[in-house]
Design a binder for this molecule. Sequence first.
Ligand code: 5AD
Ligand code: SF4
Length: 463
Amino acid sequence: MAKKLYIKTYGCQMNVYDSERMVDLLKPLGYQVTDEPAEADIALLNTCHIREKAEQKVYSDLGRLRQHQNLRQKQGKSLFIGVGGCVAQAEGEEILKQAPYVSMVFGPQTYHRLPEMIAKIVRQHEGRLPQAGRGIVDTEFPFESKFDALPVPETTNVSAFLSIQEGCDKFCTYCVVPYTRGIEYSRPAKDILAEAKKLVELGAKEITLLGQNVNAYHGQAAFLSNHGSTEWNLARLLRELATLPGLERLRYTTSHPDDMDQDLMDAHGDVPQLMPFLHLPVQSGSDRILQAMNRKHTAKDYLKIIERLRQSRPDIAFSSDFIVGFPGETNEDHQATLKLVQEVVYSQAYSFKYSIRPGTPAGSMDLQVPETVKTERLHELQALLNQQQLAFNQQFLGTLQPVLFDRIGKEEGQLLGKTPYMQSVPVTASKRLFGQLMNVIIKGAHANSITGEVVTEIRKHTA
Ligand code: 5AD
Ligand code: SF4
C-alpha cells in the first residue's frame, strides 16, 4: 500500500514551490499526498518566519499533529513529523526542545536531503518514533545547491511557479529573510530554461519566476553570446522564456526597487507575454523610515521607477507591501505613506503591522510603536488601499478580459481564473474550460474579485 504524506505550507510562493518539490522528492520513495493528517505516515510543515503570528501558528499545528501521532501509535502505526522552512532554519534544535515528538527539522536549503533523513529515521527506529527530542536537525547552508539535487518536475499546474533566485543580501533591518534563506543565489540560466521547457511540455501556460529578490537575478549564461557575456539578468531570461511556444504568460515576484534596471523596465514594453502587473514593495512612504529600514531608496526614487514603468507599459498595475508602526514611525511618517499610496494608486496591496523579529536590527531599536497605534494606522492604510482596489476593479465593468482558468472553484460548477492584471475571476463555467485562456465579459466588480461570463466562440455561418 502507498505510504501517505501530509504537507502544510505557510507563507510565500517560494514555500509553495518548495513544498511541490518535496512532494516530487518523496514520490520515488512511494509517498502519495493526502489532505488528511490522520492517515499520514509523514507530516511536514513548511513554515514561515516573517512575522510572529506565522510562527505561533506552527506550534499550535504541531500540537494537533501530536494528537494524530498518539492516535496512530495506539493503532500500531507511526506518524513521523518534520518541520521545514524558515521557522526550522531560525529555531533549529529549539523545535525539538519545545516539540520533542518531532523527528526532522530541516531548512530551506537542505530539504533536498529529505529522502536521506527519512530513510535514516525509519531505519534507525524500525517504524517506531525516535526517542523524544532525538530527531535529526539539518539546518546548515550546504556548499552544494539543492537545485542540483531536485528531480525534474513530473506534474505542473496551468499556472506554475519556478524559483530562479533565492536569499537576499539587502538586510532590511526588520527582515529575517537574509538569516533564514541565506545570501543571494541565482540559478544558472540553462537550468531555469530547461525547467521552464519541461513545465510547458507538462501543460503550464503561465510561469511566475520566483525569488526573494527576483530582479537581482544574475545567473550564469545559458550559452555564451557573441559579446562573450557570461551573466544573464532577469530581462534577458524573460526575453528567452518568451520564445517558448505555448507559454502564454510570464510574471515575476518579488522585486526590490533598487534592482529595477532599465532593461527590465523596457521588457515590460516589448515582451508581450510579460503581464502588465508588478508587485513592487515600497514598505513606507517616509524617507526617514525608509532609511531606518535600510531600504536603499527614497520615496521619490520609487515614484520615478513607477513613472518609468508606466512609460514602458501604460496599463501596468502595481501592488506593494507596507509595514506600519516600524520603530520610531511618527504620524507624519504615516501620512507620508498615505500620500505615496495616493500618488501611485495601487490595484492591490498587502499591509502589515511591524512585528519584532528576534536577531534583526529593528527588533532592538528604541521607540517601538504601541500596538494600538499600529492597529489604527493599519486600518487607515487598508481603508485607502481597499478603496483603490475597488475603484481599479470597477474600471473593468463592461470590458472583455482574457482570463486563464487555473483553479477549480469551491462552489459547484465554478472556475477561478486570473486577468493579466492579477485580478481573481470566479465564473460559472464548464470544467472543460479548466486550463484554458478565455475571454470573459466583466459584469461585476468587488474589492477582491471581478466576475462575468465566458464569451464562447461564435461560429460564422458559411452557407
Ligand atoms: N514585520 C512586519 N512585516 C514584515 N515583513 C517583513 N518583515 C516584517 C516584519 N518584521 C513584510 C514586508 C515584506 C513582506 C513579505 O513581509 O512588507 O515585503
Ligand atoms: Fe527582506 Fe528586504 Fe530582502 Fe525583501 S529585500 S527579503 S524585505 S531583507
